[in-house]
Design a protein around this ligand. Structure first.
Ligand SMILES: [Zn+2]
Length: 318
């Protein structure tokens, strides 16, 4: 039997910087960043907020996704009806609230077995079409992440990625192209729930998991990529970061931060303190208080750590 396919899975709450990290890893030989694969069926059938691949094509016209979308679709079933089935299973079996059940009981009924079967075939289909040895998935939804360990022929590695909840709340203040706005309290409520569920996964699989603060990545992008390569036993010689700069080529991300369309030499800056200038004291308080006690456990301090972070632009989350 051939070696299992490696999937490097990033979990955590949205706007945590996963898109830029995924796109940097996309430059490692043998790695392929799919963006947020969970949303492929939704976005390809007009149900999502955007329908573009990172390559600029519609998902249904992209050379990668146009050939992946038919995988697992029964004969005689329309793309729209198939997508509706996939979305129903995602909603009923692998949302964040289902994470603990998937960890505890695995493939416990026909619906979750059907979803696992599809996802296994999709990951292998992507590898066959792209030649990838490592698929980087920045979906971030912990229920999907927990399911990965049950897919046949797949070996998952987990990165629990956290970003200062005040920076995340700042990012959610304004709608970003196709992503709506969210209050600081609501953003931080989700931050808490997604991070608790992500921590449950990494506790379950400690030997193939890593906790990462986004601020660590922007403080030392090359060193962080080294650590990520070590995590999944990849050759460190493939690290594409030189002097904080990475040359980004076209990618095929399903969705993510609008910066995913950026290509060319990209500087990863060590500053992510926009929230200090513009996030009101009330919003800061809400983000800090609601994130407690994880806020302190993750190494964040009030009024905040020294300026750290963001990538090539002012906001790299989602
Ligand atoms: Zn594409």
């Amino acid at each position: 039997m051939s070696d299992p396919l490696t999937v490097l899975c990033v979990t955590g709450w949205c706007r945590n910087g996963s898109t830029i990290i995924g796109n940097v890893l996309n430059e490692v030989p043998g790695f392929f960043h799919v963006g947020e694969l969970h949303f492929l069926w939704k976005n390809a059938t007009g149900r999502g907020v955007n329908d573009r691949c990172g390559c600029g094509e519609a998902l249904t016209g992209c050379p990668v996704w146009s050939t992946v979308l038919p995988i697992g679709r029964p004969d005689g079933t329309s793309p729209d009806a198939h997508a509706a089935t996939v979305i129903r299973r995602q909603w009923s079996r692998v949302r964040t609230r289902h994470t603990w059940r998937v960890l505890r009981r695995g493939l416990y009924d026909d619906e979750i077995r059907a979803h696992a079967d599809l996802m296994g075939r999709v990951y292998h289909g992507i590898a066959e079409r792209t030649g990838a040895r490592v698929i980087v998935d920045t979906t971030k939804i912990p229920g999907e992440a927990a399911l990965l360990a049950h897919l046949p022929g797949v070996r998952p590695y987990y990165v629990h990625l956290v970003r200062d909840p005040r920076a995340v709340a700042h990012s959610w203040r304004e709608p970003k192209q196709y992503v709506y706005a969210m209050s600081a309290a609501r953003s931080t409520g989700y931050w808490h729930g997604f991070n608790r569920a992500s921590a449950a996964i990494t506790r379950r699989y400690p030997d193939r998991s890593m906790f990462l603060r986004y601020e660590q990545f922007t403080a030392d992008p090359a060193g962080t990529v080294d650590a990520l390569l070590r995590l999944c036993a990849a050759d460190p010689a493939g690290n594409p970061v030189r002097d904080r700069t990475v040359h980004l080529h076209t990618n095929h991300t399903v969705t993510g931060n609008p910066d995913r369309f950026r290509t060319g030499p990209t500087l990863i800056r060590d500053s992510d303190d926009g929230w200090r200038r513009t996030l009101s004291p009330g919003r800061r308080w809400a983000a800090t208080a609601l994130a407690w006690p994880l806020f302190g456990r993750y190494g964040y301090r009030s009024p905040g750590p020294a300026p750290a972070t963001v990538g090539s632009t002012s906001d790299n989350g989602r």
